[in-house]
Write a protein that binds this ligand. Structure first.
Ligand SMILES: [Mn+2]
Length: 340
């Protein structure tokens, strides 16, 4: 049940609005947040975007990025913004712990919480929602919201650059199964504002450093295992590898897709050690439900893309993963048509 009408009513008079998203914001988190920001500013609202943590340089060119409050750098400002907001838009996450240190201040704020998201099973902290787990991205939902409010003519160049970036990054450059005809139609509408797909792709994707490419080479040659009996490939990357190649956690972005990209693989898994936790990413195809697999590691997400974490060692996490593969062998070996 979505609340387009109620959201439209709330936005029909000027409001103080905070927009927030999940920690370590990705292209969709920042693209949807800043796209909504530019639209709401254009409607005469007072708007601030608050990111719970800093985000990668490859999205720091987005229009409006210099106005974003990064909570750990300016916690007081982040807190007043939440406390003084009439409305708090919560974008691209389904559970309030995803805003990390902002969790209490968002929960306790008297502002109405409006969830806009495409992850499975939101935990229900919000007052109003605009949610669809079949949407390619939260940026697509922002477009649909603007369209639903009858404001497609308000999609400016800045709004379009932000939303395009969100959709492009969350669809793996328009190749995931969520890339529907409707997505291409709305992207066509974004391109009509004059934005350049070539320039945006280059700013976001053509950003490798020599260290990062060598790190990738090491991971693929030394850290990749293929288990044809489970149609699974996985990468395990211990902390010392990050140090040896002088790379950061954000540099694992996209690594898991190499595992899924192998012929005969229905499930790709990446395990890295970060902040004394094993972080896990799952990517799947066919009938393999990554979110269900990730739920065994305190995680979840989408049918074909999800994440989890484990607080035992990398080796013990691997053991647990192997048991899980054995228990789900029937699902992993299926080659049926996509069900989501
Ligand atoms: Mn997203």
């Amino acid at each position: 049940m979505n609340h387009l009408t109620e959201i439209g009513e709330l936005l029909s008079s000027p409001k103080r609005i905070a927009i927030t998203t999940h920690l370590r914001p990705d292209g969709d988190a920042m693209g949807s947040s800043l796209g909504l920001y530019h639209y709401l500013i254009g409607q005469g609202h007072k708007v601030k975007v608050v990111a719970p943590t800093d985000y990668a340089d490859f999205i720091k060119w987005l229009p409006g990025t210099s106005e974003v409050i990064i909570a750990p750098d300016d916690m007081d400002h982040a807190k007043w913004t939440m406390e003084g907001a009439d409305l708090i838009f919560c974008l691209d996450f389904n559970a309030l712990h995803r805003v990390q240190d902002l969790e209490a201040v968002v929960r306790d704020s008297e502002g109405k919480k409006i969830l806009i998201d495409h992850h499975m099973d939101p935990d229900g902290f919000e007052d109003l929602r605009f949610w669809d787990d079949k949407a390619s991205s939260t940026a697509e939902l922002i477009y649909r919201l603007i369209d639903g409010l009858g404001h497609l003519d308000q999609i400016t160049f800045d709004v379009a650059e932000c939303l395009y970036t969100g959709i492009m990054t969350d669809t793996g450059s328009f190749r995931f199964t969520s890339t529907t005809p409707a997505v291409h139609r709305l992207v066509a509408r974004l391109l009509e504002t004059g934005i350049s797909p070539t320039a945006i792709y280059d700013r976001v994707m053509s950003t490798s450093t020599l260290d990062r490419l060598k790190f990738l080479g090491h991971c693929l040659s030394e850290r990749l295992r293929f288990l044809p009996e489970y149609k699974t490939a996985y990468l395990m990357v211990p902390q010392e590898v990050f140090k040896a190649y002088n790379v950061k956690s954000g540099d694992t972005e996209g690594l898991v897709n190499y595992a899924l990209g192998m012929k005969g693989v229905n499930l790709g898994v990446l395990m890295t050690v970060q902040d004394n936790l094993v972080k896990m990413s799952f990517r799947s195809r066919g009938g393999v439900n990554s979110a269900e697999l990730a739920s065994n590691f305190s995680g979840g997400g989408h049918f074909y893309a999800s994440g989890g974490r484990s607080n035992v060692s990398l080796e013990d996490t691997e053991k647990k993963l192997l048991e899980l593969l054995e228990a789900n062998k029937a699902m992993l070996m299926l080659d049926e048509l996509p069900v989501a």
